[in-house]
Design a protein around this ligand. Structure first.
Ligand SMILES: O=C(O)CCC(=O)C(=O)O
Ligand SMILES: [Fe+2]
Length: 237
């Protein structure tokens, strides 16, 4: 018996029809209220957040490494990161790599280990196979993310061939977000107009077939909150 459950009121067959026509979907109230509250509270209070950015390759600093860095070194890292963002791919957000932590027995946030098991439970995998019309899904990976003022994830497609991704998912755990804070998950049409964008919400799933053009828009410097999510990919291998 898992600590968590999907919202039993959802009709996956109806949702699958919508998904098939758009290759993406936003599903409010994806989890039971109790499950969503437990996970949100954990993200808000229990997670030793590391930091993810790019310098040509994906970089991740664990919370412990961030704390050891001097203030000038942190400033330098930020300057280099923003310099690169002017012309190249870049992202900056706080992260806790749930799958790596699980595989390497970090044991820092047991509840997130349970979330990874839930994502890989038959309840969730069967739901996702039906929803996406992709029976080949066999597992999901996951990371917890937190975007605060000045953080972002630039345009990308999620296309990483060796990772066998079928669909990307974002479980949203942000309470009471202000649209003016930014941090939308947004999708583009061929003219770079925004075709659709999802506000950070509490207990909502965003799911989309990859590759697909998308980004997390810049979180305003004046934002007074953090955008919390658990994101990852359902895979065929
Ligand atoms: O957090 C989101 O809404 C999307 C994250 C994303 O696109 C990614 O991690 O590749
Ligand atoms: Fe992505």
């Amino acid at each position: 018996m898992s600590d968590f459950s999907l919202n039993s009121q959802l009709n996956v067959d109806d949702l699958a029809k919508e998904y098939a026509s758009k290759r993406r979907l936003h599903i409010p109230n994806i989890l039971s209220e109790v499950s969503a509250n437990k996970i949100a509270t954990c993200l808000e209070t229990q997670v030793p957040w590391g930091f993810a950015y790019n310098n040509g390759e994906s970089q991740f600093l664990r919370a412990e490494e961030m704390q050891k860095m001097s203030a000038p070194d942190q400033q330098k890292l930020l300057k280099e990161l923003y310099d690169r963002a002017r012309t190249g791919f870049q992202y900056a957000y706080n992260c806790y790599p749930i799958l790596d932590a699980y595989m390497n027995g970090w044991g820092q946030v047991p509840l997130l280990d349970r979330v990874l098991e839930f994502i890989n439970s038959e309840e969730v995998l069967a739901f996702m196979r039906t929803l996406t019309g992709r029976p080949e899904i066999i597992k999901g990976d996951a990371q917890a993310t937190r975007y605060g003022p000045g953080q972002f994830l630039k345009f990308h497609t999620d296309n990483v061939t060796e990772e066998f991704r079928v669909a990307a998912f974002v479980l949203n755990f942000t309470r009471d977000w202000d649209p003016d804070f930014g941090g939308y998950l947004q999708f583009y049409d061929k003219d770079w107009d925004i075709e659709e964008a999802f506000l950070p919400r509490f207990n909502a799933l965003n799911i989309f077939t990859v590759p697909q053009n998308h980004a997390v828009s810049y979180v305003a410097n004046y934002a007074t909150k953090q955008r919390y999510a658990i994101t990852g990919w359902f895979r065929y291998k």
